[in-house]
Design a protein around this ligand. Sequence first.
Ligand SMILES: Nc1ncnc2c1ncn2[C@@H]1O[C@H](COP(=O)(O)OP(=O)(O)OP(=O)(O)O)[C@@H](O)[C@H]1O
Ligand SMILES: [Mg+2]
Length: 346
Amino acid sequence: MATIQLNKLTKAYGKAEVIHGIDLDIPDGEFVVFVGPSGCGKSTTLRMIAGLEEVSGGDITIGGRRVNEVDPKQRDIAMVFQNYAIYPHMSVRQNIAFGLYTSKLPKEEKASRVEAAAETLGLTALLERRPSALSGGQRQRVAIGRAMVRNPAAFLFDEPLSNLDAQLRAQMRIEIKALHQRLGTTIAYVTHDQVEAMTMADRIVVMRDGHILQAAPPMEIYDNPVDIFTARFIGTPSMNVFPAQQSGGVVTLAEAAPTVMAGVRPQDLKVAEPGIAPAVALEGLVTVTEPLGHETLVHFTAQGHDFIATAPGHFGALPGQTVRAEAAAGTVHLFDPKTEKAVGRA
Ligand SMILES: Nc1ncnc2c1ncn2[C@@H]1O[C@H](COP(=O)(O)OP(=O)(O)OP(=O)(O)O)[C@@H](O)[C@H]1O
Ligand SMILES: [Mg+2]
């Protein structure tokens, strides 16, 4: 078990600084998910925690111990990568036991840890199989098993599901979350999939260009994103953000000199539901509709801006048709047009 702390952590490759002094406290047992666009520094941060990448400035502590110069093997953490290297010529049992290859534990203890990990991961019946006879998800579990047998104080995962198809990802997401609930071990997990972040994390860390924009529980970020980038990055489909004028609690789409940037989640922007006193009302032309069964996503343009609204499952609007979409008071996010920081709600 371990807390992980990053203090003013920086990383430079030559003259190019890619991590700009980030601070983060990961309490013991927390499941933290790093998200952000490609190149924002997620893997670099994780690799510095693992000791695979040197720290350029600041400190990393694990369990209260400063580990900047500590060898990766001595950090008591296990890393699971995207390209989980499992060996085709070894059985599942041998592949999992490989996690203890350099360990000085007695043979019986090693064997029982392998059995216990296999049991936890539902691999017991597959222990003598070769990886070629496993599904993608089972292989991924073998890679996790190899990390588990070491009983690490923390697990680091770098996009462990990105090679799997959508259905398997959804299944492994639940398995890893359940595993965390059983083991209670600190997990730092990197993904650029915001659904993974929302569903798995105790706390999401949103990164951009080597900075942390926001670190908070998923619903806190969803409800109160600190800026436009975070607002648009978390939530599907992305929040509608548009230049606006605000007066008397009502926000209107503005062409020139907006006083504010307004943001409405598609789930809050409903195709004409008479009866609500809206804070935003938009009228535009339908471009595309996407029926999802329980609801329909309605894409439309208003004054040259693209929006997504939601309508009931059976919604028959055709492209080119006029729609009116409204958002109720309290659901409209307001951002400063210059700094793009959140300034309140309407
Ligand atoms: N060995 C290296 N030498 C120089 N620059 C590097 C090196 N490794 C990474 N970088 C740069 O550091 C920045 C952060 O890279 P990093 O791999 O951490 O991004 P990431 O958030 O993991 O992205 P992705 O989602 O694509 O995996 C990028 O601009 C990248 O080009
Ligand atoms: Mg990466």
